[in-house]
Design a binder for this molecule. Structure first.
Ligand code: NAG
Length: 223
């Protein structure tokens, strides 16, 4: 049987942190239709992931580091009624109040209810909080710059100050960039099982710590 394709929207914006999404999509790339069809797996996964990178404009985006990023299309190009299966929101200095572009917030607000999964890395959780989609839910975020302290402490989210990542229903949120890789691996495992997830983990040589085991909670005096 042909694998079920899952569409993924990666929400980019000026001053996004590339490693927030790069680590995660590196793992997801093992589920691209090409890789799944390549014979890498002894029992091929029954889902594939195809990513669309969204930008506020179609111009190259300046992230917090690295070369400029070219989105596939703009938030405005997403057609009425077009629904992504997975929404991924990375963080970055661009999520700060006053910098976060409204089209990103509007997109999340519109897409989250119909999405199968909504993922955030680092201060990407702040975008979800601003969009109001984490109301009453458990989530975590960057330990260094965070909602755990001032910006969005009181946004109706039950913030977990200690977690490396948190899963509440279809919402998956992680702490800073490298925690996104560990959450990404766990998400891949959720989608395609342990054996196939280990293929990707093995290639990128990712070491995964416990979900509740974030040493940075202590460093930033959150626990
Ligand atoms: C978006 O761009 C990337 C990088 O060029 C490409 O691999 C991917 O297939 C594109 N996604 C879609 C849905 O066109």
């Amino acid at each position: 049987m042909a694998p079920t394709p899952l569409s993924l929207a990666v929400c980019l914006f000026p001053r996004v942190t590339p490693s927030d999404y790069q680590n995660t999509i590196e793992l997801f790339s093992f589920l691209s239709p090409q890789v799944v069809a390549s014979g890498l797996y002894s029992t091929p996964p029954d889902v594939t992931i195809e990513a669309t990178y969204l930008g506020v404009t179609s111009e190259p985006i300046h992230g917090d580091s690295g070369p400029r990023l070219l989105p596939n299309k703009t938030y405005g190009d997403v057609k009425e009624g077009e629904q992504f299966d997975i929404i991924l929101v990375p963080g970055g200095s661009g999520t700060s109040p006053g910098l976060l572009p409204q089209p990103v917030v509007d997109f999340v607000k519109k897409q989250a209810p119909g999405a199968k999964y909504v993922l955030s890395i680092c201060t990407g959780a702040e975008v979800l909080a601003v969009a109001g989609v984490l109301n009453g839910l458990r989530a975590t975020t960057s330990k260094a710059w965070s909602c755990l302290k001032e910006d969005c402490k009181d946004m109706g989210v039950i913030w977990d100050p200690k977690a490396r990542w948190v899963v509440d229903g279809k919402f998956w949120s992680s702490a800073g960039a490298t925690a996104g890789a560990e959450m990404g691996y766990t998400f891949v495992k959720h989608l395609v099982g342990h054996e196939n997830a280990e293929v990707a983990r093995g290639v990128v040589e990712l070491s995964v710590r416990g979900k509740d085991d974030d040493e940075f909670a202590k460093l930033y005096k959150l626990v």
